[in-house]
Every structure is written in C-alpha cells, then in structure tokens.
Write a protein that binds this ligand. Sequence first.
Ligand code: ATP
Ligand code: MG
Length: 254
Amino acid sequence: MTLEHVTATRFVAPLREGGSMPGLVEADDLGTYVCKFRGAGQGLPVLVAEVIVSGLAEALGLRTPRLVTVDLTEPIARYEADEEVQDLLNASLGLNLGVDFLPGSFGFDAAFTVDPSYAARTIWLDAYVANVDRSWRNPNLLVWHGDVWLIDHGASLYFHHGWTNAVTDAGRFAEQPWSAEDHVLSAYLAQVGAVADDCAAAVTDDVLTEVVARVPDEWLVGPVGPEELRAAYVTFLTARRDGSRIWLPGRSAA
Ligand SMILES: Nc1ncnc2c1ncn2[C@@H]1O[C@H](COP(=O)(O)OP(=O)(O)OP(=O)(O)O)[C@@H](O)[C@H]1O
Ligand SMILES: [Mg+2]
C-alpha cells in the first residue's frame, strides 16, 4: 500500500512553533495538511521515520493523523514574501509529507486525563522506536475531539542518520536503551508491563513489511537502493522487537 498522493495548491502559512518549520498547505483534494518539507535541514530520514512510526502507531491502535505525499510544484512559492520560507519551498520541489491537519486541536497538558492503556501503549511505541521527542517541553501530542493524537515521529529511528557510507549493524539498535525519564506520560510507566506483550505481538512481520513499503522511493536515499533500505528498516525493527528488550521501561533496571 502506498500513501495517497496530492498536489499542493496553496501555501497557507508557516507553522513557526515547529523546529523544522512545517507549513500549512491546501491540496487539490480540498484537504489541508501540515506539510513537512523534504528540503528542511533534518533531511529525508525524518520523513521516513514519520511514515514508519505512524504506521506502527496505527498497528498499536494509537491515533495519529492520516499521511499523504504532497507534490510541490513551482508556482506555489510565488506569493510567499518571507525569504526563509521561500528558500525552503524552493528546496522542496517534488515529494513532501502531508499530515492531515486537525483543526481546533490543542497541545496536550497535565490537566487532560488519558486512558492508562493508551498511555502505556504510547510509551511502549516511543521506547520501541527510540523516540526522544515526547517530553513535557515538547509533548507532540494533540487533543482533538476529546482524544489524544500522536504527531511528530521524526525524532525516532535515529540509527538511519548513521547510514552514510553503509547500513550499520542492527544489533546495536536492538539493544539500545531508552530513557523514560522526561516522557510526558511517565506517570503511566507502571502500566507498560501489562501491555508490552500485546504491543510486541501487534508488530508482526507483515505489519513491518507493509508499513515500510509505504515509504516512497524518493525518500529512501542512502548507501544502497530503496529496496535494500526498506529491508534494512525491517531487519532493525525486527531485531529490536525480538531482542532482549532492554529498552522496555521497567525491564532495563533488572
Ligand atoms: N496534524 C496537525 N494538526 C494540527 N496541528 C498540527 C498538526 N501537526 C503539527 N501541528 C502543530 O504544529 C506544531 C509543529 O509540528 P511538529 O511537531 O510536527 O513539527 P516539528 O518541526 O517536527 O516540531 P518540533 O521538532 O519542534 O517538535 C505542533 O506542535 C502542533 O502545534
Ligand atoms: Mg513537534
């Protein structure tokens, strides 16, 4: 399955609170998307992480906005006065990531009560993909229509930033510890053990293959071709799922 594909028709505004300066765009399907640009400083691996981790979140029954690929063509940048935005748009012609915009959503805060199982599965996911970006400072959780939605998965799967000359060894990622200390849902850490086996069981080999297959070839740029990179992602995620799970909160202390 590939992601649905749309073409951007209008740049609405930059989202300045985002570190990568995502932008709000309208597309030819009448949708409004938070666009994560291929030309942003963090590079293409961040877009790959977004797609893979979004798919894993879905497999765990966690809410995360629908993703599309957004084609950016020349004319959209024409009316943007801000030079920084203009440069980013010009560097991003081609395929970008679109995250379905959740209108009226607001940032998660301590006043909001989360279902304990939902919170525990979120922690499990973050530990599994080694996401370092879900702290109180930057929760990357939105509340929309009374539910918690996971956004911004780009700071996961950090290992791929090391794939410059060759694909690295999966063993290291499999055993890489993960700290839950700063996690925005750390109040629910005691619940993680109860959901851990179900979460691991939900990430089947088929799920991994299918989720990785959603990543477009254009973003799979590395020391080997797109198909080999896809296989490497599956190998890394399989190894971490099936290893000692030293990364599982509560287990690492043992
Ligand atoms: N799908 C969405 N619907 C509504 N608002 C969104 C959506 N995605 C992102 N936002 C808003 O835009 C902000 C930046 O988005 P996001 O965190 O994905 O970008 P980022 O550049 O990776 O940010 P950072 O690295 O600073 O966390 C979010 O904190 C949120 O306020
Ligand atoms: Mg963010």
